[in-house]
Design a protein around this ligand. Structure first.
Ligand code: NAP
Length: 316
């Protein structure tokens, strides 16, 4: 038994209320206890996501309200510390990777339901890399369900982000023509996987796409815009084409363009397989690692886009 388990409190990165991102802090909160069908994970590393910033600041409070204090973080890797009644898939000491959506990962301990959101981590996968995976890997896996095929054309907005990076690697051999957006300084690494790269900072991606593919692309994957703003980018799709987004928005657009809104849940049945692809080197991710003690500054830097690398991971 871990002597630390006698403590009933733990340290966690916490938002006490909605507010500027630098108001989050490391506080002591009650250590969670696994109920029936749950496992307690001692967190070794936790990845940061745009969602953490949105939940802490409250920009999504109308669509996704949270209770305070909120323990931030959705991506964790660590060791099973204890299992609740009825759990047979895991035992104390097992190494795991977990999605703790919508909160709870950036803490000494987190509780996860024994189900598709938690999978084993092989020893060939460093724990910091594992923590960089769940949300963007699962969202990218969800995007693969649109099944890009040879001969199809796709506009990918947000082409240098964490989700896009995994998605581009996953569909690299599909034969689809993928036109991706990126800042000029990131264009070379995006061009390694996409057919065309548009500098969204100086060129209108929709106009440029319609120039490259007169009549419009088969699908627009928009990882940047949300809601009514998606109509602007849907204009790059052909008549009767599709718009795919991880954010909500209208069901249809002009000219018979239809929307598909996907989330991490649509990628869960690929979780173990995709984690194994990272362990084997088939998929790669570049993560920047900082200590948990610097969590507030790191989340502030992450929110301001000051951290290089596609993923930011805190080590506990
Ligand atoms: N629904 C779900 O389950 C789910 C799951 C995962 C992610 N998401 C959402 O999906 C989005 C992408 O996530 P992520 O982790 O990949 O984020 P990320 O790593 O922060 O990437 C965002 C990308 O968007 C680019 N970007 C910013 N403004 C842009 C603009 N005006 N035009 C074109 N590109 C622009 C950024 O480029 P620069 O760095 O060059 O500025 C960056 O490459 C986020 O909004 C996230 O919340 C949703």
């Amino acid at each position: 038994m871990n002597p630390d388990m006698n403590r009933t409190a733990m340290k966690a990165l916490t938002a006490m209320q909605y507010g500027p991102i630098d108001t989050v802090s490391i506080t002591e909160v009650p250590r969670p206890v696994p109920g029936p069908g749950q496992v307690l994970v001692r967190v070794a590393a936790a990845g940061l996501n745009p969602l953490d910033v949105k939940l802490a600041t409250g920009v999504m409070k109308d669509v996704m309200p949270v209770e305070h204090p909120l323990v931030l973080g959705v991506d964790a890797a660590g060791t099973i510390e204890a299992v609740g009644e009825g759990v047979t898939r895991f035992a104390p000491g097992d190494q795991v990777v977990a999605l703790t959506y919508p909160a709870g990962a950036i803490a000494e301990y987190t509780v996860v339901n024994d189900g598709p959101t938690i999978v084993p981590r092989s020893s060939s996968l460093p724990v910091e890399t594992a923590a960089a995976l769940p949300t963007p890997l699962l969202m990218a896996a969800a995007l693969t369900t649109i099944k890009p095929a040879a001969g199809q054309s796709i506009l990918l907005l947000g082409g240098d982000g964490a989700v896009a990076s995994f998605f581009l690697q996953m569909v690299a051999r599909s034969g689809a023509r993928i036109i991706a957006t990126a800042k000029p300084e990131h264009a070379p690494r995006v061009a390694a996987l996409a057919s065309d790269v548009i500098d969204y900072t100086s060129i209108d991606p929709v106009k440029q796409t319609l120039h490259l593919v007169p009549g419009g692309v088969d699908m627009v994957i928009d990882l940047v815009n949300a809601g009514p703003g998606l109509a602007t980018t849907a204009a790059a799709a052909r008549d009767g084409g599709r718009l795919i987004s991880p954010h909500g928005g209208p069901p249809t657009f002009d000219r018979g363009v239809t929307a598909t809104y996907l989330g991490v849940e649509e990628g869960l049945d690929q979780f173990a397989e995709r984690v194994n692809e990272v362990a084997s080197g088939e998929l790669t991710v570049r993560a920047t690692t900082r200590p948990f003690t610097q969590a507030r500054q790191t989340l502030t830097d992450f929110a301001a886009g000051r951290i290089q690398g596609r993923r930011t991971v805190l080590t506990l």
